[in-house]
Design a protein around this ligand. Structure first.
Ligand SMILES: Cc1cc2nc3c(=O)[nH]c(=O)nc-3n(C[C@H](O)[C@H](O)[C@H](O)COP(=O)(O)OP(=O)(O)OC[C@H]3O[C@@H](n4cnc5c(N)ncnc54)[C@H](O)[C@@H]3O)c2cc1C
Length: 476
């Protein structure tokens, strides 16, 4: 009899270029996929409906891809610590294969599931798949983890990258009798996002699934990547890949992405194009830097990395926080960005930095409030990248620059010079002069006419207060 291997999908919702899955296929011709809808994740208070919609849509496509390959993707709902071993027992699986994750919750969950499986005699095989380089591959000369990005990038860039792993095909799945057994062991039909209590009615910026992610990658490689360095900072321009949700859920393999991008790099005769491509590759390295950081310093998930911010006297003004969430601060660039995220579940990177700086440095609200709100809204919400971005913006993280404060007006003047982005997301201000939009210097009567709030704080004043507080904290 052929050994049955279960492949447990988590953040690798694809059958192509999946390291652990390809390895399972090498070991046996009978491989069945499983995904567990975990209340430990889905019942948290920071889950974004857009993210669940993307997840469910991607699982639907993954089920179809398993069927085409000759097998099944089974769905479970409940604690994986209970459900995965129960399923393995019922189906007499000899092994469970899985790709590792860096997040503290995932690591603890995997440890418990592995223990439970080993106790019942099921082998567990783990792999690194979601990163081009696993955490322990990129270390300093002293074998320590990096805490500064630039030397990490140099080391990471120089290391050879693996080729994409083979796509799963021609496999054997469960027999009808085994399928019936799996149902008794708790497998269910894939629910909708609504069944799980999440309502998302808008179109997703990136449609779910691997096909859409591959199409987007090709489109980006054909067009925007060659101008990425110049265009990526302008939120009114579609100058970035919009692949973040695909990276978050692994609907595309990172080796596939690297191979596609590196091919254009190698074939390009223009230094300019190569520079643009390399800037994008640096973003991929930022993603890996933050994941490595989370792996080695899991305490980052709980609080500030730098000393002055460990007990920072944040003011945590509830009404100001509410105004920030709703995009009603009276600062047009901040409000436009927040409304973009509230509406489409995604925000441009430049704007993520602007609103995060505003929340922490102007409103003096704890960055963790913003971190959580982002997770509640973003379709690409990801602990490592989000925490890294927030700690960078709050100046509490692994950033050699001690303090960064963004001036919303200068940012808008530089990166939205025609006010196009602001007009797109703040329709009530469309009739105003561009100068007024980008500087935020809008006379009160105009604000009243447009039903747009007065600034809730004064940037200059708050900037000075923040600097003073920071100095006090440093000398404590
Ligand atoms: C406060 C704050 C919060 C953020 N929260 C998240 C988050 O929850 N999830 C998330 O994926 N990104 C987050 N980012 C990083 C970045 O804003 C998004 O990855 C990016 O805007 C996604 O758009 P894109 O796919 O078009 O990116 P592109 O510009 O095309 O970049 C390609 C990929 O590189 C990665 N990447 C790019 N920039 C960063 C970065 N600064 N840090 C880590 N990875 C990066 C992403 O996977 C992205 O998809 C955050 C940034 C800040 C400042």
């Amino acid at each position: 009899m052929v050994d049955l291997i279960l492949f447990w999908h988590r953040r690798d919702l694809r059958i192509a270029d999946n390291v652990g899955l390809a390895s399972a296929r090498q070991r046996s011709s009978k491989v069945v996929g499983v995904f567990c809808l975990d209340p430990g994740i889905l019942e948290r208070d920071d889950v974004a409906p857009a993210r669940v919609a993307y997840l469910i849509g991607s699982l639907r496509e993954l089920q179809e891809n398993y069927t085409k390959a000759g097998s099944q993707l089974l769905i479970l709902r409940g604690s994986p610590v209970q459900k995965i071993p129960d399923l393995a027992t019922a189906l007499k699986a000899t092994a469970v294969f899985l790709n590792q994750d860096v997040e503290p919750y995932a690591q603890e969950r995997d440890r418990l599931v592995t223990d439970a499986l080993q106790t019942i005699g099921v082998h567990v095989h783990t792999f690194w798949d979601q990163l081009l380089h696993a955490p322990k591959e990129i270390m300093t000369g002293n074998s320590d983890p990096y805490t500064v990005y630039t030397p990490f990038w140099r080391n990471w860039r120089a290391k050879k990258k693996d080729e994409p792993a083979p796509t799963l095909q021609d496999i054997e799945g469960l027999t009808d009798a085994e399928q019936a057994t799996s149902e008794t062991a708790g497998t269910i039909a894939l629910p909708t996002a609504r069944d799980l209590g999440f309502v998302w009615e808008n179109e997703l910026l990136l449609p779910p699934g691997s096909q859409a992610a591959c199409d987007r990658l090709m489109e980006f490689c054909d067009r925007a990547i060659a101008e990425y360095d110049e265009q990526r900072n302008f939120p009114a321009v579609s100058g970035t890949s919009h692949l973040s949700a695909a990276f978050k859920f692994g609907t595309i393999g990172i080796r596939t992405v690297w191979a596609a991008v590196q091919e254009i790099y190698n074939n390009s005769r223009s230094d300019e194009t190569r520079k643009n491509i390399q800037t994008w590759q640096q973003e991929i390295a930022w993603r890996e830097f933050y994941q490595h950081a989370m792996y080695f310093f899991p305490e980052l998930a709980k609080g500030a990395y730098r000393e002055p911010f460990k007990d920072f006297p944040w003011e945590d003004h509830e009404e100001h926080f509410q105004a920030w969430c709703e995009g009603k601060t009276g600062y047009p660039i901040v409000d436009a960005a927040m409304r973009q995220m509230n509406e489409i579940g995604w925000m441009h990177n430049r704007c993520r930095m602007i609103v995060a700086s505003f929340l922490t440095k102007d409103l003096m609200i704890n960055w963790q409030w913003g971190e959580k709100y982002f997770m509640q809204k973003l379709m690409d919400g990801d602990l490592s990248a989000n925490n890294g971005g927030w700690q960078w913006s709050a100046s509490s993280g692994m950033d050699p620059k001690p303090l960064r404060i963004f001036n919303p007006a200068s940012q808008a003047q530089k990166f939205d010079p025609d006010g196009e982005y602001i007009r797109a997301w703040l329709p009530e201000l469309r009739s105003l002069d561009t100068e007024q939009l980008v500087t935020g210097k809008i006379p009160q009567e105009e604000r009243d006419r447009c039903d747009y709030p007065a600034p809730i704080v004064d940037h200059k004043q708050q900037q000075n207060r923040f600097k003073q507080l920071y100095q006090q904290q440093k000398t404590k």
